[in-house]
Write a new protein. Structure first.
Length: 283
């Protein structure tokens, strides 16, 4: 199933994709679930959705405004340096444990929404990634049980303000400028993407392919990430793990390819779809 968060006529909702249209799930579940995150907290959310998956659609995709798949995650964990070619291009070393930094919810936008290029930088960069959305929460989750805690997958653009990222050893500021990261277009649930199924990630800017990788190339695989993160903090439904970007980032290309107003960035995950955003100068 494909699930999304969206707004229409200024009202936020969440839905199920059917025939390139949307079934408004709030119409059926507003008494119990206020948003997609609260629905994913149910262990049997896929069974719950079977009761409405054949319902009439409410909106076309052209009618709605896409929001980040999870607009209000409690935690967003981003993994740095998780593909060998990206480690090489940044002249760093592979770490024994995952390198983790955090994003804040206001730094995200949905599919077809503009990425804001901050006035403070000339080094706005893309990072195509695969996002893992947690369904069943837990603490100290064993690797062999990790797949059972995933609700589904999405596309992610970890938009990065490189000069601010390098101000200190802590990357937080450069990764959290307002509305610089894309998350969408929707969540594809684990009934469609099985445990350990290989996914291909592609990043394009203005139609030119700049990144390509498969999940088999991850240094720290998905079960390892879930196990490691859940050891130091409990995971909850709606939490997001952004699994890392491959080589080919704009700053390290020759010549550099840094984002300018009007650029169109597409992050494609073959089992999910395409996240598309246009760059707009802030202010």
């Amino acid at each position: 199933m494909k699930l999304l968060s969206f707004s229409i006529h200024g009202q936020s909702s969440f839905g199920l994709i059917k025939d390139q249209s949307v079934i408004d799930l709030k119409k059926y579940f507003s008494d119990k679930y206020v948003d997609l995150k609260s629905l994913l907290a149910e262990d049997n959310f896929l069974e719950i959705l079977t009761s409405v998956k054949n319902a009439p659609v409410d909106y076309s995709l052209e009618d709605i405004q896409f929001e980040p798949v999870i607009p209000n995650p409690e935690q967003i964990f981003c993994i740095g340096l998780n593909y060998a070619d990206h480690v090489q291009e940044t002249q760093r070393e592979i770490t024994e444990k995952p390198m983790i930094f955090f994003r804040l919810a206001p730094s995200q936008v949905g599919h077809n929404q503009p990425l804001l290029r901050p006035v403070e930088t000339e080094q706005f960069d893309y990072e195509g990634e695969i996002a893992i959305v947690i369904g069943k929460g837990g603490r100290r989750i064993p690797k062999e049980q990790a797949w059972d805690h995933i609700a589904g997958y999405s596309c992610y653009n970890d938009g990065s303000v490189r000069d601010w990222q390098r101000h200190t050893a802590q990357w937080g500021p450069g990764k959290n400028f307002f509305q610089t990261g894309g998350f969408g277009p929707w969540l594809v649930t684990t009934d469609e993407i099985k445990a350990n199924e290989t996914m291909t990630l592609i990043t394009r800017v203005n139609g030119q392919e700049l990144q390509r990788a498969q999940t088999t190339q991850l240094i720290h695989d998905i079960p390892s990430l879930i196990n490691y993160i859940s050891t130091f903090t409990p995971l909850s439904a709606g939490d997001v793990i952004v699994s890392g970007t491959p080589g080919g980032i704009g700053l390290k290309r020759n010549p550099p390819v840094l984002l300018q107003e009007g650029d169109i960035v597409e992050i494609e995950v073959d089992k999910v779809g395409i996240l598309k955003n246009i760059v707009k100068n802030e202010g």
